[in-house]
Design a protein around this ligand. Structure first.
Ligand code: SAH
Length: 213
């Protein structure tokens, strides 16, 4: 069930759902999603669904990962996307995809055992442009700012302004916002303010406060 044919079927689905950035399709074809899941979940690895990863969290749905990544990279002709912050490492799946598309990736996760597991898988996959921290994503990563892009897999109730301040001018932030009803938003920081785009309804885990040992 982890054969190339099974994986290609997922890629065809992403294309049918509107993913057309070859860079994104290529890395999604290459990253072995089954490596980020427990063996019991192995047969479902290439279904386009979120799946449990323990600690009440889920690995993101492939179409959501693809859409967010495509949006983040949409303007690279004008605005390079070299240094990116990811909030909510979780299984490390989205981390792997991003690390193959940007020069330096910074990723934060509030649940330490999840971060440790993700870090070990990503190291085994020889992805070595990633810096990890157990931290609360509401704070961003001030000492590493400014970022070209920020992507969050956890939904805060409202936009953490701190994250906008850690983007460079021209930088892009993509994140779900809301409690029971969530919407995915893209923000572009311009020299005069913020351009906000709604990218549709989504369902993510909440962005919680503080860290969990
Ligand atoms: N892209 C990940 C998604 C994991 S689910 C994957 O595909 O596996 C979202 C993750 O965000 C969870 O692991 C959760 O613990 C984490 N999270 C929630 N609130 C957070 C916060 N304030 N700071 C950092 N991570 C957070």
């Amino acid at each position: 069930m982890t054969s190339q044919r099974t994986r290609d079927r997922l890629i065809s689905r992403l294309i049918n759902l509107g993913i057309n950035d070859e860079r994104v399709l290529q890395v999604m074809r290459a990253v072995p999603r089954h490596c980020f899941l427990d063996e019991a979940m192995g047969t479902r690895s290439y279904e386009d669904t979120a799946l449990p990863i323990g600690y009440g969290q889920t690995i993101s749905q492939p179409i959501v990962v693809a859409s967010m990544t495509q949006w983040l990279l949409a303007d690279t002709q004008q605005q390079p996307m070299n240094k990116v912050l990811e909030i909510g490492t979780g299984s490390g799946y989205q981390t792997a995809i991003l690390s193959l598309l940007v020069s330096s990736l910074y990723t934060v996760e509030r649940i330490e055992p999840l971060m440790n597991k993700a870090q070990s898988i990503l190291t085994q996959l020889e992805l070595d442009n990633i810096t990890f921290d157990v931290s609360d994503g509401h704070w961003g990563w001030p000492s590493m700012a400014p970022f070209d892009g920020i992507i969050s897999a956890a939904a805060p109730e409202k936009l953490p302004e701190e994250l906008i301040s850690q983007l460079r001018t021209g930088g892009r932030l993509v994140m779900p916002i809301g409690e029971e009803e969530q919407l995915l938003y893209g923000f572009v920081k311009t020299s005069t303010g913020i351009k906000k785009t709604c990218l549709g309804e989504v369902l993510f885990v909440p962005m919680k406060q503080g860290i969990e040992a």
